[in-house]
Design a protein around this ligand. Structure first.
Ligand code: SF4
Length: 385
């Protein structure tokens, strides 16, 4: 078994990102985070992780705002059998690089699957990149720009079958398809080499260092500003062509959910865990009934396509607000009253605002369920998000 370090209870900036080999000790026990670059994962692996969670900790698996998974309420120290079981799923291909494999990729873009896998292989093969901060994020997008709304550090956007653009530090450079991964790896290596102490992301670099980040890029130009409001919309639940975007209420995956993914897509076909608390089930459009019956959200109109919450009390020591219960009660009220859900709302227990999405209206420790209902059903300034 790979060695596990002592659980961290601190929230020092360098120490925020847990992994399997570096658990975080929360109020409900040890917590580990499992990374799946681009969210691409077989339903059979999701089933194994949920079964392991049921055996050792909380019987649900939490989805994060980067499309990763968290198993919580585990014993501390972690039982060796737990670590070995997770390793056997294949979700820990590198002990040295586990916390730096942070990659989001456009969930519907099958054409990016191979590039994301090639990037992950190149990342874990480079010893220098084991020193990247755990907060550092890579993004791979199709022409729609769907994941460029996230707070990435280095990104690639594909515009044609054989070329695209790489982005970093407000600069952009055209690349041939085969050059994109080396260009991104090179920029990440340069970040490790030049970043001053306390710089966790490219945006933390002094502007004078930015040219040093991209010495191998061809004639970088100024990148477009942040994506516009339309692109910032999360992918909503529903049928999209042959695929289904299945919303997972509160981002808590259950045994029933993962069994439905396996039944609809097959156990070994790739599914995609998104950064927006949903799972893309490829070629599942004809079987939405199976997904709905398992408790997944297929309709974009209801409260569960717009409502999320941090884990809150009693699992987190920073609040006394039971955020998950508040959100569940609010969703029931909205559905019972047949109110329209018009705004993305994220309920949090403190100003740390864990799990906040780019389009979320954040409610910090809301005093009542009605307060959540009101926010969820009011039309936001500027119209629909
Ligand atoms: S936002 Fe605050 S209360 Fe919620 S999980 Fe994060 S630290 Fe805990």
């Amino acid at each position: 078994m790979t060695a596990v370090s002592d659980p961290s209870t601190t929230r020092a900036p360098a120490d925020r990102c847990p992994g399997l080999l570096r658990p975080f000790l929360a109020d409900d026990g040890a917590l580990v985070r499992l990374r799946m670059p681009g969210g691409r994962v077989a339903p059979s692996v999701l089933s194994e992780v949920v079964a392991i969670a049921e055996r050792f900790g909380a019987p649900v698996v939490q989805m994060t705002s980067r499309g990763n998974l968290q198993v919580r309420a585990l014993p501390s120290p972690l039982p060796p059998a737990f670590v070995e079981a997770i390793e056997a799923t294949g979700l820990l291909p590198s002990a040295t690089h586990e916390r730096v494999r942070n990659v989001v990729a456009a969930p519907l873009a099958r054409e990016l699957d191979g590039m994301v896998a090639a990037f992950d292989a190149a990342l874990v093969a480079d010893p220098v990149l084991a020193r990247l901060p755990g907060r550092f994020l890579f993004a791979f997008s199709d022409a729609s720009g769907s994941v460029l709304s996230e707070r990435w550090d280095i990104a690639y956007q594909q515009f044609s079958a054989d070329s695209g653009v790489v982005y970093a530090g407000g600069l952009a450079s055209e690349v041939a398809l085969g050059d994109a991964v080396p260009a991104m790896i090179d920029a990440a290596r340069r970040f490790v080499e030049i970043a001053p102490e306390g710089a966790w992301n490219v945006r933390d670099l002094p502007p004078t260092l930015l040219p040093d980040l991209l010495p191998s890029w061809d004639t970088p130009r100024e990148a477009p500003k942040r994506p516009n409001r339309a692109i910032r919309r999360p992918l909503r639940p529903g049928v999209v062509g042959p695929d289904v975007v299945a919303g997972v209420p509160l981002g808590m995956l259950t045994r029933q959910h993962v069994a439905a993914f396996a039944e609809v897509a097959g156990p070994d076909a790739p599914a995609v865990v998104t950064a927006w608390r949903s799972v893309v089930v490829r070629d599942g459009a004809a079987r939405v009934d199976v997904l709905r019956d398992a408790g997944l959200v297929i309709e974009a109109a209801g409260p569960w396509s717009r409502l999320s919450a941090c884990v809150g009390a009693p699992s987190c020591r920073r609040t006394t607000v039971p955020t998950l219960d508040l959100a569940r009660s609010a969703a029931e009220l909205v559905a019972a009253r047949r109110l329209p859900s018009t705004q993305d709302v994220h309920v949090v227990g403190c100003e740390r605002r864990c799990g906040t999405g780019v389009s979320d209206h954040v409610l910090v420790a809301p005093p009542t369920v009605d307060h959540v209902v009101t926010s969820l059903t009011q039309v936001p300034i500027g119209g629909e998000t």
